[in-house]
Design a protein around this ligand. Structure first.
Ligand code: KMH
Ligand code: ZN
Length: 279
């Protein structure tokens, strides 16, 4: 069933990720001041959710809880954004480190619903790990965004809900991550296949990795979905043209949303859409 398009658009920005190197892409925000500047600029341009991966002093991905607490505290002072920490981390991160990051008490976390090939690596999400992660998220009252890298992972999401119940706020929101080499393709057909499998009261964001960013944005806007952009996902703005900044990607996403007559929502509206209280 295709949902009726009535809602405005929530933009998530994923500015850093765990895979891109600062040496190769100097515009990548890796320090706390860089992340803060990016967050402030992207909020002004229409983002309402910040999907966060932190880097250490050497620019390497880190799941350090102290660093995460410091980042969240500063971002909370300076922005209204929904602060979503990645529990995916980097493919090399241990399950225990991915669970421990919850102690930083973000507004939201990503919960990936299954294992997927990830280029030459494997992004491992065994059922026992996902179940443990989700139960801890529920216990702490953190809002989970369910990351779907392949169609079958929607089945795992249903199993989580059946066995452990619905999220805090009683609203289910998924992020369709399409175009990862090894995951579902970044095409309009893929987005539609997923949409047909979602319950009508769930909402979704879609993100297309690499060159699939535009078809995925356009497909999602066409069927009532929300959109995620950022240098975690795309480093090419147009053929032969590198992304200059996360802001550039958010500005383009916001203007496409306006063009689709689905202008962006502010962070407080995104909180009410997802059922997240601001503490
Ligand atoms: N970096 C990927 C291995 C998430 O943030 O939850 C996992 C990822 C998903 O980015
Ligand atoms: Zn991520």
């Amino acid at each position: 069933m295709v949902r009726v398009v009535i809602v405005r658009t929530m933009i998530t920005v994923a500015p850093t990720g765990a895979e891109v190197s600062k040496g190769e892409f100097p515009a990548l925000p890796v320090t706390l001041p860089e992340l803060l500047d990016t967050a402030i600029a992207c909020e002004r341009a229409g983002a309402s959710v910040l999907h966060i991966h932190l880097r250490d002093g050497a620019g390497q991905p880190t799941l350090d809880v102290g660093q995460a607490r410091e980042a969240l505290s500063l971002l909370r002072q300076e922005t209204q954004l929904i602060l979503q920490l990645s529990t995916g981390g980097a493919v090399s991160d241990s399950e225990s480190a991915r669970l421990a990051i919850l102690d930083a008490q973000p507004d939201s976390v990503s919960v990936t619903c299954g294992t997927v090939n990830f280029g030459d690596a494997v992004f491992a999400n065994r059922w026992p790990f996902v179940a443990e992660l989700y139960q801890r998220v529920l216990g702490l009252g953190i809002y989970p965004e369910f990351e779907i890298f392949d169609l079958g992972q929607i089945g795992t999401l249903r199993r989580l809900l059946d066995e452990f119940g619905r999220p805090a706020g009683d609203h289910v929101h998924v992020d369709l991550v399409a175009g990862v080499p090894g995951g579902m393709p970044g095409s309009a057909a893929t987005i539609m296949a997923c949409v047909h499998e979602l319950d009508p009261d769930w909402t979704f964001t879609a993100t297309g990795i690499g060159r699939t960013t535009l078809p995925v944005i356009l497909a999602s806007l066409a069927v009532g979905g929300h959109i995620r952009v950022g240098m975690e996902d795309s480093l090419t703005f147009a053929k032969g043209e590198r992304v200059q900044s996360n802001l550039q990607l958010v500005e383009r996403a916001a203007s496409l949303a306006s063009l689709a007559q689905r202008p962006v929502i502010a962070p407080h509206e995104a909180r009410s859409l997802l059922g997240i209280a601001r503490d």
